[in-house]
Design a protein around this ligand. Structure first.
Ligand SMILES: Cc1ncc(COP(=O)(O)O)c(C=O)c1O
Length: 373
């Protein structure tokens, strides 16, 4: 693997070229149905007038922004529709870096690799704060690492890859650290519908100009390929630099994307309006079942493993087999199970491997691992 190949692509490629049958637990691509209204919305769109096939507003369809603003209790002017949570994170990190003093971005370790790569892309100084043994990020540790150089702090709850969900106290303290150091807290909440602990607290619940919340429909509606997400920036009437962030983000977004796919936004809007809580509840139930079955088999295999409070990843540590790329390749070839190496997520979980529970074959995968170890 050369240094520039993202590890996700490398592993997916390696698994697809392997000789035997491989169960894919590499990336977070849902294997379940989207809400019914989403498919209906897209079908209807195909028959719309040609007018409806032209540029939408760059910042996003007004009705979609309105729907999101109402649900999230913010002003519509704060919402920018983005190319998934990925672009939302990019906008927030880039804007924070430009607008705040300092050139440092603080990330938790283990880290979602795109935050890490993006920090390099933006030429920022990176500081990784290791999480506790139980996977939780201690805001006191973040505070210890923060300084006048800190421009942005990126957090993610429910978390990929650790599966922890931060409670209200943690989120409040993280916002507090951002306020103390005049930094921007970027709270990536893309797994908010996948909280099994009942503890999830959005950073939006804390009134502060120092936080941007990012999210998308990629996971909640099982449409990672549709690319509809959003960022919620501080209100424009906040003092600068906070009040100016959203306008600057709109420009950055427009000059990079022009706009986000109109059919995708239209169908997402329809699905948002017409999908009841039972859809999300069912998906959560299925995931909890998978987690139980997978972790029971890991237990039988003598592995250490995480018990996710949220998201859809389990980390496992097998005795004598650290989470290196070589060992991931070995498991693909010899056990027929593809996961991600812990070393792809920073240093603190490099002994571990990450498995995404987005396959109906999780039990079979766990049995294969049990047999192998
Ligand atoms: C923590 C986290 N943030 C963002 C994303 C990307 O989301 P999107 O597909 O909406 O860009 C992912 C995808 O796996 C993720 O795990």
């Amino acid at each position: 693997m050369d240094d520039d190949t993202p590890p996700f692509f490398y592993v997916m490629n390696y698994a697809s070229e392997a000789e035997g049958d491989v169960i894919d637990m590499v990336s977070g691509n849902p294997d379940w149905e989207p809400p019914e209204a989403l498919r209906e919305g897209l079908h209807e769109y195909a028959d719309a007038d040609t007018d409806a096939f032209q540029y939408p507003p760059s910042v996003g369809l007004r009705e979609l922004r309105e729907e999101i603003a109402t649900r999230r209790g913010v002003d519509i002017s704060q919402v920018v529709i983005t190319n998934g949570a990925g672009e939302a994170n990019h906008l927030a990190m880039a804007e924070g870096l430009d607008a705040m003093d300092g050139n440092e971005i603080i990330l938790a370790d283990p880290v979602y690799p795109y935050y890490d790569g993006r920090t390099n892309l933006l030429d920022a100084e990176k500081t990784l704060v290791p999480v506790d043994d139980d996977g939780h990020l201690d805001p006191a540790a973040v505070r210890e690492h923060a300084s006048a150089e800190t421009a942005v702090i990126v957090v993610n709850s429910p978390n990929n890859p650790t599966g922890v969900t931060y409670g209200g106290d943690t989120v409040e303290e993280l916002v507090d650290v951002a306020e103390e150091y005049d930094a921007l807290l970027v709270s990536d909440e893309v797994y908010d519908h996948f909280d099994y602990s009942g503890r999830f607290t959005s950073a939006l619940s804390i009134d502060s100009p120092n936080r941007v919340v990012t999210n998308s429909f990629s996971k909640s509606m099982a449409i990672t390929g549709w690319r509809v997400g959003y960022a919620i920036f501080p209100r424009e009437d906040r003092p600068d630099p906070y009040g100016g962030l959203v306008d600057s983000a709109r420009t950055r977004h427009m000059l990079t994307n022009v706009a986000i796919s109109r059919p995708a936004q239209t169908a997402v809007l329809q699905a948002l309006r017409e999908t009841g809580p039972e859809y999300y509840e069912q998906v959560r139930e299925r995931m909890v079942e998978r987690i139980d079955r997978f972790t029971a088999a890991l237990e039988a295999a003598g592995a250490d493993y995480t018990e996710p409070e949220g998201s859809f990843y389990v980390m496992a540590r097998f005795p004598g087999t650290p989470g290196t790329m070589e060992n991931i390749e070995m498991l693909i070839d010899e056990a027929g199970v593809a996961g991600m190496p812990g070393e792809a997520f920073g240093e603190s979980r490099s002994d571990w491997m990450r498995f995404a529970l987005v396959s109906p074959r999780v039990e079979e995968a766990a049995e294969r691992l049990d047999e192998f170890f």
